[in-house]
Each structure stands twice: as C-alpha cells, then as structure tokens.
Write a protein that binds this ligand. Structure first.
Ligand SMILES: C[S@@+](CC[C@H](N)C(=O)[O-])C[C@H]1O[C@@H](n2cnc3c(N)ncnc32)[C@H](O)[C@@H]1O
Length: 352
C-alpha cells in the first residue's frame, strides 16, 4: 500500500544524516574512545547513571553520548537500560571488534581532517589533504615516516582493513594450481600471511618499500612463516619484479594510482609471469553503472584527498579493460560476501 502523503517524512529528512554526517562519525568515535561499547559488551544492559559512573563521565555527557549512539542504532535502549546495537554486537560476537576499532581510529586520525579538503582536491585535481602531514613528497605513503608513530598506526589500521575484507581473496580464489605468489605493494604482509596460513603449499614474496618491509618482517617472524613468506625491497614502478612466481597479486594497490599507472603495473605483472601464470586484483570496486555502492562513494573522499593525486575506487569494468590491454585473458570476477564492496578479478597470461 502506498504511503499517504501526510505520513511520509518531509523530503528534507534525507538531509539529516548527510548534514551531520561528521557528527555521526564522532558519536561512533567517542563511543569507542570512551569505552562505551566495551562496557556494554561486558556489563550491559545498563542504566544511563551506571554508564556515566563506569566511564567516569558526568551525567549530562553520558546522556548526550547515549542519545547519539542510540539514535544511530549503535546502542539500543529498553526500559531505560542500554545495550549495544546490532552492528556493534555482531562485531563483538564474531571477533571483529578489534578490527572495527582500528578502522574507526584510522578514520579519526588519518582520514577525518583531510576530508575537509575534498572540494579543494576535486577543484585542483590534487590530493590536497596531504598537506596535513609534514613532508614535500606527493604521496601519503612516503610522508608516513615523518610523523612519529604514524607509520605504525597506518600499517596497524591497513592490516585491519585487509583482515576485514580479505576473506574473498583468501577463501574464494582457487589456489590449487598456484605455487608462488608475488604480493606487489604487500605492505606489512597481512594478505601474504593470511594466504600462507590458509594454503600451506603457497610461497609468497612481499614486494614493498624498505620501511613497510621492516614491519612485514616482524610480522612474518612472529607468525613463524619465514620459511614460506619472503620480502623483496623494490619500487613497484621503477624496479624489475623478481622472477619465479606464477601469480602476481595487487592488493589494495590499483586504487592508489591513475589508469595509466595501473596499465603499467599490469604490464609489468604480465611480463613477470610465464604463460599460464595469473594476476589477482583485490580491492573495493564501484558498480559498472556508476551508481554506487555507498561504501565506495564515501570512501572515495579518502582516495581523493590523501593517498596520491589520482587515487580512486574504480569500476569493475575499468579494471577489466586494463587487464585485457595488458594481455590477460579469461577474466573472472569474484565478489565478497562481507559488508564492504571488496572483490577479486583474476586474469590469465595466455600461451603467447
Ligand atoms: C594501501 S597499502 C596496501 C598494503 C597491502 N597490500 C594491503 O592490502 O593491506 C599500499 C602499499 O603500497 C606500497 N607502495 C606504494 N607506493 C610504492 C612504490 N612506489 N613502491 C613500492 N611500494 C609502494 C605502500 O608502501 C603500501 O604498503
């Protein structure tokens, strides 16, 4: 039955979560920082006075916070007692709460302030938000080491983004005929280690900048996987890729660069494997018709303001065009089952 016009909310109501979107994030961030969600996971349901006491907040502050988190369904209230809402409760139940906490911290400490440079970034075609991090270089990655603790924060949070989204890469791709993977821009080895754990026959080389590989080597050693996961310091554009791999992986990599640079990377991957070898592209994707999804549309503010001048979440079909032009065939899309729009495209280096 159609809504009666007098029952429909005024059209302007659509503006509320957008106009105050920055405040919506701060309700989540404050709930994390102040320990509200941890408290409710351990002791909820709790009355507002008990929340105020346990968090060391005044009653006014606790009421403001609880109103915010409850209106956003991050918490629920029943008979004056508060408990975690479905998204938070699920994250505690399935063990992804620490991952979600890191992602919130990443938004708060890396993405949030530079997002105010979004219009300026679009106007100039530059990643203007980078001015909020000291240094002269034009990309975020090479500026990380200029702020004490920032590189550690970045890789801890990037690790969590990848852990949240990489089940599609680790579990949905068939590695039965793959032996050695080259993980280009593999960062702290988060995906390499997940692959090595899940597929005991795989050997993986993580190629990245020396700074990232220091973190990678610590993680590889801690995981006891140094026998199967190695590192290779190189520039992904300027240096030759090491030989002897039958699969090249670009994980969260093609979102950083321009289409021309991505074509260059994919040609290098094509040259690096023998005929019969594969390429895997793993990241978030936009729909082919440019209509969404919302996650990609909003995450694109980070890509427009920070990593590199041309960073963008591209459409599936754009990746496929670059892959075909680089010489890959048998392209195959694999979509993830999680709440992020991550997926994998695999391509084959044919016989010629
Ligand atoms: C978005 S992170 C992705 C890390 C990892 N693949 C993942 O999915 O978590 C991009 C990585 O590319 C690396 N990178 C960027 N430019 C590079 C370059 N020119 N040469 C080598 N590595 C580079 C960065 O150091 C960083 O580790």
């Amino acid at each position: 039955m159609a809504d009666r016009p007098d029952q429909r909310p005024p059209a302007g109501a659509d503006l509320v979560p957008i106009l105050f979107g920055h405040n919506a994030f701060q309700q989540l961030n404050a709930g994390c920082e102040l320990g509200l969600f941890d408290l409710l996971a351990e002791q909820g349901p709790l009355a507002a006075a008990a929340v105020a006491d346990a968090l060391g907040l005044g009653r006014r502050a606790a009421d403001i916070l609880l109103l915010g988190t409850t209106a956003l369904r991050l918490t629920l209230v029943e008979d004056g007692r508060y408990r975690n809402g479905p998204a938070v409760e699920t994250a505690f139940a399935d063990g992804t709460w620490p991952v979600l906490r890191d992602i919130v911290e990443f938004q708060a400490r890396v993405s949030y302030a530079p997002a105010a440079d979004y219009a300026e970034s679009l106007r100039t075609g530059e990643n203007v938000g980078i001015r909020r991090f000291p240094g002269d270089s034009r990309d975020l990655y090479s500026r990380l080491s200029n702020v004490p603790g920032l590189e550690e924060l970045f890789y801890r949070c990037m690790n969590s983004w990848s852990r949240l989204s990489n089940p599609v890469l680790v579990e949905e791709v068939d590695y039965a005929k793959t032996g050695r993977v080259l993980d280009v821009g593999g960062g702290d080895a988060v995906n390499a280690l997940a692959l090595a754990r899940a597929h005991p026959h795989l050997e993986i080389t993580v190629l990245d900048r020396p700074g990232a590989l220091e973190v990678a080597r610590r993680n590889i050693d801690a995981a006891g996987l140094a026998g199967r996961v190695g590192t290779h310091a190189a520039d992904i554009f300027d240096d030759d890729y090491p030989r002897g791999h039958d699969c090249v992986l670009f994980a969260h990599q093609l979102v950083i660069w321009s289409p021309e640079q991505n074509r260059r990377l994919l040609r290098k991957a094509h040259d690096a494997v023998e005929p019969g070898g594969r390429v895997l592209v793993f990241n978030a994707f936009c729909d082919d018709d440019g209509s969404g999804p919302l996650y990609a549309a909003l995450d694109n503010v980070y890509f427009a303001t920070l990593p590199f001048r041309d960073s963008t979440i591209y459409r599936w079909c754009e990746h496929e065009e670059w892959l075909r032009d680089a010489g890959f065939t048998d392209l195959h899309r694999i979509t993830g089952a999680g709440w992020t729009p991550h997926g994998v495209i695999e391509g084959l280096r044919g016989a010629t």
